[in-house]
Design a protein around this ligand. Structure first.
Ligand code: NAG
Ligand code: NAG
Ligand code: NAG
Ligand code: NAG
Ligand code: NAG
Ligand code: NAG
Length: 348
């Protein structure tokens, strides 16, 4: 490298050296303090690190300390391991973590170790098959948790356990759209500070009265429930009155019945009280049972009559048989009388 050889007397070369040194001075502080992880873009002003579409199957290990927002997208991270973001065990400043579209399948216990300042966590559009009960431990400041289109059926029960942690006591917004959930995956509502619960586009057929009672008790929570296949029978009664009474469901007007066939497509709110009245439905069931019993009784009485008259019936049957036999004998006799002359003719 002729350019950088010391002792070269030429003016031009000295200028070049100085220029190179200046560039080095400008660049080096950033690089020396905290390097930007490979295939990421670092914006120190906003504290944002964005990593997209790397072939990586791991979370970048060297996230700068100043990071407040980390966005990972389009990676193939199949397992979020314990302390995936913790580096060497120090608490991070990070407040926003977006992990959507990363093919995450497994979340191990304490995966978010060191993120006690995190406010927002987005795990949408992954393919969660397994979520440890301790997955969300330590997220003491978490306000918003997004889990849209991400939970596969085998992980639904595990998710209920994972969410049932006092670590999430500051959780205000929980989004669970498009997960084929069959019930509200929260055991106790009172442990959170929940204001918004989004359950749009799931497989919730009914909300039982225990859940409804709990929702009434958490007056500030708003629950979004459109695009669920409600079964509009009397089991929906408590829920129906909650919809009408509580104004806790902002999209109540969009909830539709999917069963029974006769009510498919009808708005749940548009049903009449009678449609979901269990007394009504029970009465109907009772009347069918009653009809059945009456028919059975009639049958039994009929059989009894037959049985009690068995003597008379026997006599009648005997008479019938005898009458038949007499008739047959008459026929027989006539046949013999007719056939004899014919036989004689043939013989002749
Ligand atoms: C993601 O990684 C797993 C192994 O960790 C591999 O089996 C799978 O094919 C990868 N998927 C894609 C889309 O690269
Ligand atoms: C590890 O922790 C120490 C302080 O305990 C810190 O100075 C250092 O930067 C950390 N290293 C990484 C890679 O996070
Ligand atoms: C799902 O999560 C995203 C965040 O990734 C959010 O912006 C969106 O509004 C959520 N809701 C639905 C219904 O998709
Ligand atoms: C509902 O969720 C399913 C996945 O569970 C998705 O394929 C579908 O597009 C969603 N529908 C709407 C209207 O968002
Ligand atoms: C909702 O109902 C399910 C199933 O009956 C139950 O396990 C769960 O604890 C209930 N949750 C609330 C908040 O009532
Ligand atoms: C509120 O719910 C109760 C049953 O819990 C019902 O009797 C009453 O009619 C409801 N009120 C309204 C305005 O729907």
């Amino acid at each position: 490298m002729r350019l950088f050889r010391a002792g070269d007397g030429s003016k031009w070369n000295r200028w070049c050296l100085r220029y190179a040194a200046a560039v080095c001075l400008l660049v080096s502080p950033v690089r020396a303090d905290d390097a930007c992880p490979p295939s990421c873009i670092c914006a120190r002003d906003s504290g944002t690190v964005t990593c997209r579409d790397g072939g990586d199957t791991e979370v970048p290990g060297d996230i700068p300390e100043w990071t407040t927002t980390l966005i990972l997208k389009g990676r193939n991270i199949s397992t979020l391991q314990r302390g995936a973001f913790a580096g060497n065990g120090t608490e991070l400043e990070m407040t926003t973590l977006s992990l959507s579209h990363n093919e995450i399948q497994v979340i191990e216990p304490h995966a978010f170790l060191g993120l006690s300042r995190l406010h927002s966590l987005d795990l949408s559009h992954n393919r969660l098959k397994s979520v440890s009960a301790g997955a969300f431990h330590g997220l003491l400041e978490l306000r918003s948790l997004y889990l849209n289109h991400t939970v596969l059926p085998p992980a639904a029960t595990q998710l209920t356990n994972a969410l049932d942690t006092r670590s999430l006591r500051n959780l205000r917004r929980l989004e669970l759209a498009g997960n084929r959930l069959q019930s509200i995956p929260l055991v106790r509502l009172e442990i959170y500070d929940l204001h918004t619960l989004v359950l749009i586009n799931n497989s919730i057929v009914s909300v039982d009265s225990e859940n409804v009672t709990n929702l009434y008790q958490q007056r500030r929570v708003r629950v979004y429930l459109s695009l669920n296949p409600f079964r509009c029978t009397c089991e929906l009664e408590a829920f129906y009155f909650w919809l009408k009474n509580s104004s806790q469901c902002p999209d109540a007007g969009h909830l539709l019945c999917s069963e029974p066939e006769a009510k498919r497509g009808l708005p749940v709110e548009g049903l009449r009280g009678d449609d979901v009245d269990c007394m009504n439905e029970n009465l109907e069931a009772v009347s069918y049972v009653f009809l059945g019993i009456v028919l059975a009784l009639i049958g039994v009485v009929f059989l009894m009559v037959l049985y009690l008259n068995r003597g008379g019936i026997k006599r009648w049957l005997n008479n019938l048989r005898e009458a038949c036999r007499d008739q047959m004998e008459v026929y027989h006799y006539r046949y013999e009388q007719d056939s004899d002359p014919r036989l004689a003719n043939v013989a002749v």
